[in-house]
Design a protein. Structure first.
Length: 578
């Protein structure tokens, strides 16, 4: 149980996944029964039953309970949630703000889910559409970075990480060759030897041990440059951590607050090369993601890069993943706090430019949006993967991810939509079924059809003579590319021709149409109904439309010569019904 309702005084005790506990007193001065019912509904919304998992959020819900109970008391309501009537509740919800109305509806719905105590009309109202819709006119979805900026951002991060890693390796190798600087001099190798064993230092702190004044130490150690060089090489600075965090976000798509709060214990190995990361998303419960190979390599690099730092940090800081040291505050370790204030300075130093030529404005949530926008989704097709993030509704994903696209992606999407709309319009055209007389006088009697299909005299002659016949129809242009590469023979299966706008049905096709209808009947017998309708449903409807234009007597005669087997139809082995 994540929350419990206590008495004397009435209060709500909550335990959260972050390991914190809070106690919130309930306002029972007015209508205590209604307050307790609403509090029981709130318990049903707290993790793990719901998504409420923060002290501040619970306090907002309790405030909504207090305001709601006071307002209902003024309207003369006495009793609990079971005694609420639809007219009084409508009056109150109508004048309530969007946020409080949402909380009230959610608590009443959660209470009723357990107790089933609300009146039917009140239950219907609670589950209905909110009167006060949340409108955020100033809120726009974060647009992803375009391909050039996205690639450049990752290149800059990788370059800084590689440079810092190279300096770390050199300093670590130099430390193995160095000696005690107080006995053998202040060389680069000796400074590395000292700091690997004693932690970060600057010229002043090193000089104090030798009895020097700060000025003496400053000049005797090359104006402090050597000590700073060694310190920043061995102990990653905030600038280096920014590069690691941004690149980690670009590789994984984890929310910024989840990245900032990661600890070493949140990394779990699942085999020799797979790593699972558990992170906490601010408004939901704990989540996990399996890292890609390049993200695993990045984490391994960081753990090795920060290994020396973890020897000297406080015990409370060692477990933090993003441990960093600022040379301007020697011996002070920074952990999970946000690096947002330092990011724009890092951008200017790196020379990162946006598509407008100005310094790139980095919003760390745009990193996640860009990750989702540019990620490879080819493995999603045919799978049950329905959404980018299971915590998002389809509307949120549509607003914040699917519509957040670069210009090149928008052009590609618009082209796909235009082609799909064209397909729908073509399929809406009625089937073209001609008699023998219509075929012989095609150019004279049907000029609209000739114009729509783009037929010339040679094409008309081939259609009439049967040179352009496919299995169930004659094709006006087998190289048109409606179902395959343009200029290549059409690869469509025989039943696809039934809905193709280039198909023309003549009396000589009646037998094959009946064979195709029999094939559909055999598929219906062996295929689940939902699957059959998804694959063959539109074609079965279309073939009935086409056959109604043929002579019934001729169809009855042809039925007697059809054997009703797969051998009569050109099928692949996996399409056969036997």
């Amino acid at each position: 149980m994540a929350a419990q309702l206590m008495e004397g005084p009435a209060r709500l005790v909550c335990w959260f996944t972050r390991g914190t506990t809070t106690t919130v007193e309930l306002p029972v001065q007015e209508n205590p029964q209604l307050v307790r019912d609403m509090a029981n509904g709130l318990i049903g919304l707290i993790h793990p039953h719901g998504q409420v998992d923060a002290e501040r959020t619970v306090e907002e819900f309790v405030r909504a309970i207090r305001l709601f109970a006071a307002a209902m008391a003024k309207r003369g309501h006495v009793g609990g949630a079971a005694d609420l009537t639809r007219p009084v509740l409508v009056e109150q919800l109508w004048v309530t703000g969007a946020a409080q109305e949402s909380m009230i509806r959610r608590m009443l719905a959660a209470f009723d889910q357990d107790a089933r105590a609300l009146r039917p009309e009140v239950r219907e109202l609670v589950g209905g559409r909110a009167y006060n819709q949340r409108r955020r006119r100033d809120s726009k979805p974060l647009l992803p970075y375009d391909e050039t900026v996205w690639s450049r951002l990752q290149e800059v991060c990788r370059a800084e990480i590689q440079e810092a890693w190279s300096q770390f390796r050199q300093a670590h190798a130099a430390a193995e060759k160095g000696k005690d600087p107080y006995q053998d001099g202040w060389s680069y190798e000796n400074l590395c030897w000292w700091m690997v064993r004693h932690g970060p230092e600057n010229a002043v702190s090193l000089g104090q041990r030798a009895g020097w004044t700060p000025t003496m130490a400053y000049y005797r150690m090359g104006r402090g440059a050597d000590a700073q060089r060694v310190c920043t090489a061995l102990f990653p600075s905030p600038s280096v951590v920014i590069a690691y965090q941004l690149l980690f976000g670009a590789y994984t798509g984890i929310v910024p607050d989840g990245i900032a709060d990661l600890g070493v214990e949140d990394l779990e190995w699942a085999g020799d090369a797979a790593m699972l990361v558990n992170y906490l998303k601010g408004r939901t419960a704990e989540e996990s993601v399996t890292l890609s190979p390049r993200a695993v390599r990045l984490v391994e690099r960081w753990l090795e890069h920060s290994a020396v730092s973890r020897r000297f940090a406080a015990e409370t800081d060692v477990s933090e993943l993003w441990l960093r040291h600022d040379f301007t505050h020697v011996g002070v370790w920074r952990t999970g706090a946000s690096l947002h204030d330092s990011i724009q300075g890092w951008v200017k130093r790196a020379g990162l430019k946006g598509s407008d030529g100005k310094p790139l404005r980095i919003h760390r949530h745009s990193i996640r949006t860009s990750f989702e926008s540019h990620r490879d989704r080819k493995n999603w097709f045919g799978s049950g993967r329905g959404r980018i993030d299971p915590n998002h509704s389809p509307r949120v994903e549509g607003d914040h991810y699917l519509t957040a696209a670069t210009p090149a992606q928008k052009d590609a999407l618009e082209t796909i939509v235009e082609e799909a709309q064209g397909d729908v319009l073509r399929k809406a055209l009625p089937p073209t079924v001609l008699s023998d007389d219509d075929l012989t006088q095609l150019a004279d009697n049907l000029p609209d059809l000739v114009s729509r299909l783009g037929l010339d005299d040679a094409a008309i002659a081939e259609l009439v003579g049967g040179q352009r016949d496919v299995f169930v129809a004659a094709c006006a242009d087998p190289l048109a590319g409606l179902h395959g590469p343009k200029g290549k023979p059409c690869p469509a299966r025989p039943w696809v021709c039934l809905l193709c706008p280039l198909s023309l049905f003549a009396p000589r096709h009646a037998a094959n149409l009946l064979r195709m209808k029999a094939f559909f009947a055999r598929q219906w017998q062996q295929t689940p109904a939902a699957q059959f309708m998804a694959v063959f449903g539109p074609y079965t409807h279309r073939i009935e439309q086409i056959l109604t234009s043929y002579d019934p007597a001729e169809l009855v005669r042809l039925v007697t010569v059809i054997t009703d087997t797969d051998d009569e139809i050109p099928l692949y082995p996996e399409e056969r019904t036997a």
